[in-house]
Design a protein around this ligand. Structure first.
Ligand code: ATP
Ligand code: MG
Length: 660
């Protein structure tokens, strides 16, 4: 007699909990178990869009979709890592899913297929400071004879070029509308743009925009590449789709093909990257571009208490272009968000810190609290006070590790190992040699270009720096010969240290920790190329100088720009400096569309809070020119009905002033 024995699903083989989908509401379940073909989830903040994508990936794996066939694209690398670690709670293969940002995905594709476009596997990625340096270099070379008029700064030029490429607006129109003061310089600006494009191509360099455009060109123009990708990825999922720009949209759409399994998720009301060419209207047109695409809507918010959602809804009702959504939750009760008018900046800081300390005593962990602001510089004075009060914090969206000058020095050496044509890095590296100034650096570079590195660095050089140059030459040649990255990094730091102490004699002890951080980061990568790409694409968010070692066991408070807070949530959120001119920013005040973008930014900030929301602004602010001046609260908060907010007055504690 034969008997059928059904095997159990063992842990480590498939999904751990048989009833795992019960965590989701029926709409979420429907989206997770969507059968095939394109699909879009349009839903408000905190309704579980990201959660749904996580479950969808797990569901696909459970259905036997091979792990290599799934591609998950997110806005930050951290988001992808976080989502995949959630998936791996359900499915052991979760961590092996390919996940990351558009830029890192484009980088991988270019390294693999870039030869079709004349890019070798060793091309260098320019981060935005690099791009600016190149533009500056070209400007000095090309426009030397330009009469001394006010020319846009290198950062502005990069913005103009990037905006031109991402939005498709002609340079002329951009100057006319956004930078009328430079309109008369249209011809040289356009000339510089062309030169910049040619320079990158000639030296095997790609800036952030190039990564996306080149990747798009590969997929669009090379059927063999496209077909390989069609075979490779059977399922593509994209979070925060409202912030993809047209070239990113084209990339995913082309990889998945018209009938492909593409699931995109987003919230039009949270679109905050217009300056990079994102347009929420593109997102809403998804069903038109994919006729027959399934549409899923999620309605219930699981993140915030109702009084916070009431504020969020009221914020959105101020938009000149209306959104359909109205957020609601079944969570009972909840406290009214609080509006705090501080007398000045000090008072604002004192309030935020006092309240954080109160809540910490009440048991809210520091890392469940966040202070959000419009731009990184808004929090400088708060950072000083947090330090003084020994509150550890982590800052997101501010100065990046790789933007500090000493780290850029180290990167310049490593770049030369991959690309000996990189004149900007040569310039930096040569001028770090004692005795070599810009003129000698130029001469040496010309020789390197003619005779190669070895001869170029040892030809006829002044005895003044011959010995120093010999040290550089010896090391570079050694490292170029393919030593292991970890060993290179260690030798590099040893070699660099005397340079470092001379170059930053004023404050090098403060920078010292970054060198250690550089070493331990390098140890995680197998090749110079992988390490440099990582630094350019996912820059470590803050310099070690900013962290406080005093509380090694306590996970720090979060300080973040609103842009970097997208998709995240905290028990308690403070939004500071809510002033007209900051949020909304001065530049947006005359344009309804820009003002709407600022309003969406405020909406994103408000919807990060789960239990407590504090809206803070200083009534008086410091301004160098006027010494002090009265401020105007943000029109976004004066536009809120009184009943939605509680108002607090501040009273300094007489015996124990917190701040002086
Ligand atoms: P955002 O628009 O800010 O990106 P989102 O729509 O992606 O938000 P998630 O971050 O996925 O929302 O979810 C918000 C919160 O709600 C998370 O804490 C999540 O765990 C919780 N959540 C989502 N769906 C459910 C559910 N069905 N039951 C309980 N909690 C849920
Ligand atoms: Mg999300």
């Amino acid at each position: 007699m034969q008997k059928v024995y059904t095997l159990r699903k063992l842990s480590g083989q498939g999904l751990v909990a048989p009833n795992w989908l019960a965590d989701l509401n029926p709409q979420q379940q429907a989206a997770v178990t969507h059968s095939s073909g394109p699909a879009v989830i349009i839903a408000g903040a905190g309704t579980g869009k990201t959660k749904t994508l996580v479950y969808r990936v797990a569901w696909l794996l459970d259905r036997g979709v091979p792990v290599q066939s799934i591609l998950l694209l997110t806005f930050t690398r951290k988001a992808a890592e976080h989502m995949l670690s959630r998936v791996s709670e359900f499915h052991p293969a979760g961590q092996q899913v390919t996940g990351g940002t558009f830029h890192s995905f484009a980088n991988t594709l270019l390294r693999e297929f870039g030869h079709h476009l004349g890019y070798g596997a060793n091309f260098t990625i320019l981060d935005s400071s690099d791009s600016q340096d190149r533009i500056d270099l070209l400007r000095n070379q090309l426009l030397k004879n330009l009469p001394k008029v006010r020319f846009p700064k290198k950062g502005t030029l990069l913005d103009i070029f990037s905006s031109h490429r991402n939005t498709g607006r002609p340079v002329e129109q951009i100057l006319d509308q956004d930078y009328p003061q430079f309109y008369s310089l249209l011809v040289p600006v356009e000339k510089l743009f062309t030169a910049y494009q040619e320079h990158k191509k000639k030296y095997g360099l790609a800036d952030y925009d190039d990564l996306l455009f080149l990747c798009r060109d590969l997929i669009r123009d090379f059927p063999a590449v496209r077909e390989t990708l069609h075979r490779r990825y059977s399922h593509i999922l994209v979070d925060e789709y409202q912030d993809t720009n047209p070239v990113q949209a084209e990339i995913v759409e082309k990889i998945s093909g018209p009938n492909g399994n593409l699931m995109v998720v987003g919230d039009d009301a949270q679109s905050i990257y217009k300056f990079r060419g994102a347009d929420f209207k593109n997102f809403l047109q998804f069903p038109d571009r994919f006729p027959g695409a399934a549409e899923y809507r999620l309605e219930e918010n699981y993140r915030s208490v109702q009084p916070i959602l009431d504020v969020a809804n009221s914020v959105m009702s101020q938009a000149s272009e209306k959104f359909e959504k109205n957020l609601f939750t079944k969570k009972p009760d909840g406290k009214l968000p609080v509006l705090i008018t501080a007398s000045g900046e000090n008072d604002q800081n004192a309030f935020i810190i006092s309240r954080i300390l109160d809540l910490r005593e009440e048991g809210v962990p520091l890392n469940q609290m966040a202070v959000l602001f419009r731009s990184a510089r808004n929090s400088y004075s708060l950072e000083l006070e947090l330090n003084a009060n020994q509150i550890p914090f982590e800052k997101r969206g501010g100065l990046k590790f790789t933007e500090s000058s000493h780290i850029r020095d180290l990167i310049a050496y490593l770049r030369l190992l991959l690309n000996q044509k990189d004149i900007v890095s040569w310039n930096r590296v040569l001028q770090m040699v004692e005795g070599i100034g810009p003129r000698s650096a130029d001469e040496i570079i010309t020789r390197i270009e003619q005779d190669g590195v070895e001869a170029g660095l040892s030809g006829l050089v002044s005895p003044k720096y011959r010995k120093n140059l010999a040290g550089l030459r010896h090391n570079l040649l050694n490292w170029m010969n393919g030593t292991e990255l970890k060993a290179i990094a260690e030798e590099l730091i040893t070699f660099y240290r005397p340079v470092f102490e001379r170059r930053y004699f004023e404050d090098y002890p403060k920078r010292e920790k970054d060198l250690e951080a550089f070493l331990s980061l390098a140890a995680k990568f197998s090749s110079v190329e992988a390490f440099l790409s990582h630094l350019a694409l996912d820059p470590v968010d803050f310099s070690q100088e900013d962290t406080l070692p005093t509380h090694p066991d306590e996970r720090p408070l979060i300080l973040s720009t609103i842009h970097s807070a997208k998709g995240l949530e905290w028990h308690t959120v403070f939004i500071m400096d809510l002033l007209d001119g900051i949020l909304p920013s001065t530049f947006s005040l005359d344009e309804p569309e820009e003002l709407d973008e600022e309003l969406r930014l405020f909406y994103v900030a408000v919807t990060r809070a789960a239990e407590n929301l504090y809206l803070v602004y200083p009534g008086v602010s410091f301004h160098r020119q006027f010494n002090q001046y009265f401020t105007r609260p943000s029109r976004f908060i004066t536009g809120l009905p009184d009943r939605l907010l509680e108002k607090w007055l501040l009273d300094a504690s007489p015996d124990q002033p917190l701040l002086t």
